[in-house]
Design a protein around this ligand. Structure first.
Ligand code: CA
Ligand code: CA
Ligand code: CA
Length: 252
């Protein structure tokens, strides 16, 4: 019986130590960029393939001003990786992502722009947000991005961006493991660098989402109830084993 109690105690302590840590991560960040394999520039091609298998994957992510996206996020210690796919209402939308600032279109924030007819038709531009004209392409283009939009208006984009970059003029982020940062996403299809649709990004100001740059290579255990379930199952297993032993010994 002493052994049983000791086992229960040890399991409880392990769960109690692990669960709150993961609960904090799960509650405080929308996305966790786990450590994964590097993606070569050649695979940043607008086609989301097996290179994203070790990334954190999120479905049903709201992408303002309307739509639902599938998002993949990871990092390799040097680069931050983001992939996104969603159904647009045009074959020529633009997509913008703002990094490192929770206010939408904050002057001097870093960003990524895809398929803007004014800045980067069918491609990607490393940008910063500005007080005067909205956005500006960095003189020093860092990282790589790609976008594809098929005839069904399905958008796929991939971004590989340095976690830390010395391009202060381009307002590039300087991110490190263990910290959480803001990200905002929006898209547009009805003019001003896009065309063919009815979606105006200005109709809904995007809310900032948060990314934890994690040193873990597997997703955090995000569900406290599962932790509790594992604990109950483990205790039950121990008690059942003990009971079986007692029965066996009483038969003898
Ligand atoms: Ca790819
Ligand atoms: Ca930039
Ligand atoms: Ca730059």
């Amino acid at each position: 019986m002493k052994t049983t109690l000791l086992l229960i105690l040890v399991i409880s302590l392990v769960v109690l130590i692990i669960a709150p840590t993961n609960l904090v991560n799960a509650q405080q960040t929308d996305f966790v960029a786990i450590r994964g394999a590097s993606i070569p520039d050649s695979q940043i091609d607008g086609n989301i393939g097996a290179e994203w298998n070790d990334a954190s994957s999120y479905t049903d992510v709201s992408i303002p001003p309307n739509g639902v996206a599938h998002v993949w996020i990871k990092q390799d210690g040097t680069y931050f990786y983001l992939a996104l796919e969603f159904l647009a209402d045009s074959t020529d939308p633009w997509v913008a992502v703002e990094f490192g600032n929770s206010a939408c279109m904050s002057p001097n924030a870093d960003g990524a722009l895809f398929n803007s007819d004014n800045y980067c038709p069918n491609s990607y531009s490393d940008i910063s947000y500005t007080q005067s004209v909205g956005v500006a392409s960095d003189e020093c283009q860092d990282g790589k991005g790609a976008i594809s939009v098929n005839a069904s208006k399905f958008v796929s984009l991939e971004l590989k961006k340095p976690l830390s970059c010395s391009d202060t003029a381009g307002k590039d982020v300087s991110w490190s493991e263990g910290s959480t940062y803001s990200m905002l996403m929006t898209w547009d299809s009805n003019g001003g660098g896009s065309r063919g649709g009815a979606t105006n990004h200005a109709t809904q100001i995007p809310v900032a989402q948060t990314i934890l740059i994690s040193s873990n290579s597997v997703p955090e255990f995000p569900f406290p109830l599962l932790s509790l379930g594992v604990l109950v199952a483990a205790i039950s297993l121990v008690l059942l084993t003990q009971r079986r032993k007692l029965k066996t010994s009483s038969k003898l």
